[in-house]
Design a protein around this ligand. Structure first.
Ligand code: M6R
Length: 611
């Protein structure tokens, strides 16, 4: 979604804004722009361009053409109005004295726009954001802060805002409601940004704005206020990852780099949480009585995080014998869920900012449930609003298609299941220790799988021009297929569907014809024979079958399937953690063969902060 960066300091701002925007490109966008206060003539200089950031950077000769030390920049992911130069941000008021960048949606913009038009205010764009710029201008009588606060009383919806005014060139205003915004503290300079990656080159000291907060940034400090304009003391965090974690480091794509980083990410996630052969969870604020009393679990998430929940349902129900319901956050928030004080809601999110997930969390809290979140981005909104947070510690994930976050989320959920099972006494000692032992071997086993990536590349070259691909599997393999199918769809644009194998004969098998590619997942030993029957079923209708299985079943699978990918044997609940690597690599290589923009797939955004 949209990216915001703002700077006030003593250095030239334009190159800083362009660099920050480049680091936010991964979020997804279709146009970009900057506004800089020009000390030469006291005006706001605004430049915007549809398309890649490079178009804007070229137009500005890398930032050399605009001079000034205060400015705001934006990458826009279109919601109101098509991607175009005029709809790009910053949006400027009719006087040209106020410029605004915005992430989010103003829900009552139409009503405000018609009011302003009636007042004689001309509009040039189709955006909801222009309403903010014009409304601030409408209220402006020489005090920009006063005008902004009056505007905030009238706008409804979600917004992160960066605002500059040509009459107050020593200030940059930041506002947050339901859309992420962070503040960065430098030496003689300060920053605002949608996320840390935009400013980490300049400072590691950041604070996270809360809903309803407004901040005034000057060269010498940042003053923050709550929605009543009472001063707020912000806690300053130090970012603990290195800048190269958010750079490609010689890889052609972030996605490939992140696939290959998974073993290390899993080590970081798992190792510190196993102490003396027991699961140990940091700052874990759920007491044992509460854990014993849980009578139902909801897992709520979107996209790949939801697929982690699907795997989690099978694993947690087996370990805990408690019903686990997995719900898409966008459905959960409107479905009037039945929650009691004994219901635990587990929220999963890489970014910690997904708006649907956030709204579901708030709904669950309103209904009295406890919230445990599994989050990657430290200090994100979902993390801050949860009763308990377990971080995945995967490091920054830049590619839109998630890989290492998915794997580490799954590891955390498995550790949580084991921890709960131990407290509740629903897992035998020997099994518990056997699983823990396997978990510790997982990173090395994953390295083994990744080392055979050439075979996946070969298969991708064989199958990349299929128009439609089916993933079939049962139980854990079905959940795994859902993620494999999503990965393929989002980056290669091939239509694909994940089916529970047993359900094929109830309709979908009519789509199988000579040459249809079916990716048959048969890693789960207990249902291997059933998986084989489904492979035979589709083979006999002409399908080309690419199978994924485990070492013990490789020979049996190879008798029927056209090609087989094999993962090492491990305990059942960890099979998807190994199988997923092949499916990620398959999607990656297919997209590469098809010449797709892998790290920035069309229409997608990394962090989905609109409904
Ligand atoms: O940041 P989140 O985990 O909340 O994001 C949820 C989904 O938007 C995300 O998993 C999406 O499906 C990915 N693009 C999948 O690769």
């Amino acid at each position: 979604m949209c990216g915001i960066v703002g700077f006030i300091g003593r250095e030239q701002v334009c190159p800083i804004l362009l660099d920050g925007l480049a680091r936010l490109e991964y979020r997804g966008y279709d146009s970009a722009g900057v506004a800089v206060y020009s000390e030469e003539d006291g005006t706001l200089q605004v430049r915007k361009a549809k398309g890649r950031l490079q178009v804007l950077a070229d137009m500005l000769e890398g930032g050399a053409l605009l001079h000034g030390t205060v400015g705001i920049g934006h990458t826009r992911w279109a919601t109101h109005g098509a991607p175009s130069d005029v709809n790009s941000h910053p949006q400027v008021s009719r006087s040209g004295r106020i410029a605004v960048v915005h992430n989010g949606i103003i829900e009552n913009y139409a009503e405000l726009k018609s009011f302003l038009i009636d007042m004689g205010v001309p509009f040039v764009s189709e955006t909801d954001t222009e309403v903010i710029a014009q409304l601030v201008d409408y209220f402006y009588e020489g005090d920009i802060l006063e005008a902004v606060t009056r505007c905030l009383h009238r706008i409804e919806g979600a917004y992160a805002l960066g605002i500059i005014c040509a009459d107050a060139p020593d200030e940059l205003i930041a506002v947050r409601k339901d859309s992420p915004l962070i503040l960065g503290y430098g030496e003689g300079c300060n920053f605002l940004a949608s996320d840390v990656t935009a400013i980490i080159r300049h400072t590691r000291k950041v604070s996270y704005m809360e809903d309803g907060e407004l901040a005034i940034l000057t060269r010498d400090g940042i003053r923050c206020y709550n929605h009543l304009m009472q001063p707020v003391e912000k806690e300053i965090f130090t970012v603990d990852w290195e800048i190269d974690a958010a750079e490609k480091g010689g890889y052609e794509h972030f996605m490939f780099k992140e696939i290959m980083e998974q073993p290390d990410a899993l080590r970081r996630t798992i190792s510190p949480r196993i102490r003396d052969n027991e699961v140990w969870l940091e700052d874990f604020a759920l007491d044992e009585d509460y854990i014993r009393g849980i009578d139902r679990i909801f897992i709520v998430a979107c996209g790949s995080s939801y697929h982690v929940g699907m795997v989690g349902k099978y694993n947690l129900e087996r370990l805990l014998r408690v019903p686990v319901e997995v719900s898409l956050a966008s459905e959960f928030r409107y479905m009037d869920p039945i929650l009691t004080p004994h219901t635990l809601v587990i929220v999963i999110s890489q970014s910690g900012e997904t708006l649907d997930t956030m709204a579901a969390l708030r709904e669950a809290r309103r209904l009295g449930a406890k919230i445990l979140s599994i989050v990657n981005v430290v200090g994100s909104s979902i993390a801050r609003e949860s009763d308990v947070v377990l971080y995945t510690w995967a490091g920054p994930e830049i590619a839109v298609a998630t890989t290492k976050a998915y794997s580490t989320q799954m590891a955390v959920l498995n550790l949580l299941g084991l921890y709960f099972a131990r407290v509740r006494g629903t897992v035998e000692e020997a099994r518990y220790h056997a699983i823990l032992e396997e978990m510790q071997k997982l990173p090395a086993r994953l390295e083994e799988v990744l080392a055979s990536r050439d075979s996946v590349q070969y298969l991708a070259s064989r199958y990349f021009n299929h128009d439609s691909i089916f993933f079939i599997g049962r139980n854990l393999d079905y959940a795994l297929g859902m993620e494999g199918s999503l990965k393929l769809k989002e980056i290669s644009y091939i239509h694909s569907e994940a089916y529970a194998s047993g359900e094929l004969k109830h309709g979908t098998i009519s789509l199988i014809e000579e040459g249809t590619l079916v990716i048959a997942l048969g890693t789960y030993g207990k249902l291997f024979d059933k998986a084989m029957s489904n492979v035979v079923e589709v083979k006999s209708r002409g399908a080309d079958v690419l199978a994924l299985t485990s070492k013990s079943h490789e020979a049996a699978m190879a008798k029927t399937a056209d090609a087989v990918l094999t993962i090492p044997d491990t305990c059942d609940m960890l099979l998807p953690s190994l199988g997923i690597a092949y499916l990620q690599l398959f999607a990656y290589y297919v997209a590469l063969m098809r010449g797709c923009d892998i790290d920035k797939p069309r229409n997608l955004a990394k962090s989905v902060t609109v409904e």
